[in-house]
Design a protein around this ligand. Sequence first.
Ligand code: ATP
Ligand code: MG
Ligand code: FE
Length: 351
Amino acid sequence: LTVLGLETSCDETAASVVRLKASGAVEVLSSVVGSQIAAHAPYGGVVPEIAARAHVESIDGIAAEAMRAAGVSYGDLSGVAATAGPGLVGGVMVGLAFGKAVALARGLPLVAVNHLEGHAVSARLAADIPYPFLLLLVSGGHCQLLAVEGVGQCRRLGSTIDDAAGEAFDKIAKTLGLPYPGGPALEKLAATGDPAGYTLPRALLGRDGYDFSFSGLKTAAARLAEGVTTETERANLAAAVQAAIARQLSERTEKAMDAYARAREGQPLRFVVAGGVAANGAVRAALTRIATERGFSFDAPPLAYCTDNAAMIALAGAERLARGMTDRLDAPARPRWPLDAEAAAANPTHL
Ligand code: ATP
Ligand code: MG
Ligand code: FE
C-alpha cells in the first residue's frame, strides 16, 4: 500500500508518502515538513489564525514536493490519510479538506487519522515494533500512558491532570526568556547547566495511578526564574527543570511498567515513547534506564519523527487502510478526539 499523508493540526504543514508492504515492512518514500516557526516567533507561541492561513497557502506546494520526492504519481497511491484532529481546528480543516479533494479527484479511499494515533505509530516508521506495547505519549498538548493493543486499539492508563510535558517545557522556557519553541531551546541551555543547585517539587510522587502533573513545577520554576541573575544560574535552572520533568515521566512510567509486566507475565514487554518531548535526550536516557531495568525493550522514533510530521499520519492511515478502515468524505474535523475508545464513549459530543 502506498499512502499520501497530510498533517496540519498545529504549526507544521507536512506531507509524506509511505509504503506499507504486506510483510509489514515500512518504507518512508518522502517526508516534507514546512515549519511556520518564523511566522509565530514574534508572538512567542502558535497563533491559530495565522497557522490556518499559512496551511492554506503552503499545503499544495508541500504535497506536490512530497509526491515528487517520493517519485510516485497520484495513480500509484492506494489512499490518502489526513489528520482529522485533535488540534487547532482551522488548521485541521485545511489538511482534511485537501485530502478529501485528492480522494475525490483520484477516486482514492480517505482515512481520517487521529493525530495521536500518528504519534503512537511513529516509532514503527524506523523499527519493527510489533503490537502490543506500552506507550508514553509526550507531546505539546498531551501526556498519557497507553496500552496499545493493535491498530486503533488503545487503553488509557493515565494522563496529565493539568499541563502536558511539552507545554511545561514551553511555558517554563518562556519564563527563562527563551525563544519559541521552548522545548529544544531549554534542552540546549540545560546542556551547559548543573541541575543540583535547585530543588523543585515532585508532584504525585508515590501516589497511586499513572497520572501526571506539571503545574506545580511550572509555578515553582517561574518563581525561581525571577531570582536568576547570571547566565550560569539560568543554565542551572534549565537543567534542574529538565531533570525534574524527566524524573516525573520516569517515576510514573515505572509504576505503569510494573503493573503492565504483572498483567503480561511471560509475554514480550515493549515500551515506546513518542511525541515531541521524546526528542529530549535527558527524557530518553531516563526512560531507557527504567525500561532496561525492567526487561522492556525501548524504542523512540528518530528525532525527525518525534515532533509533528506527515509520515506518521501516512503510516497510521496505511495500517487502517490495510484493515479496510476507511472514512467517508463527510468525516468531521475534531478539535478534541481522545485516542482510547472508552474515553471517547464517555464524552460522545467531543468525538
Ligand atoms: P499534540 O501532538 O499533543 O497535538 P503538538 O503536535 O504540538 O501537540 P509535538 O509536535 O508532538 O506536539 O511536540 C511539540 C512539543 O515537543 C513542544 O511542546 C516542544 O517544546 C516539545 N519538544 C520538542 N523538542 C523537544 C526537546 N528537545 N526537549 C523538550 N521538549 C521538546
Ligand atoms: Mg509543532
Ligand atoms: Fe503532535
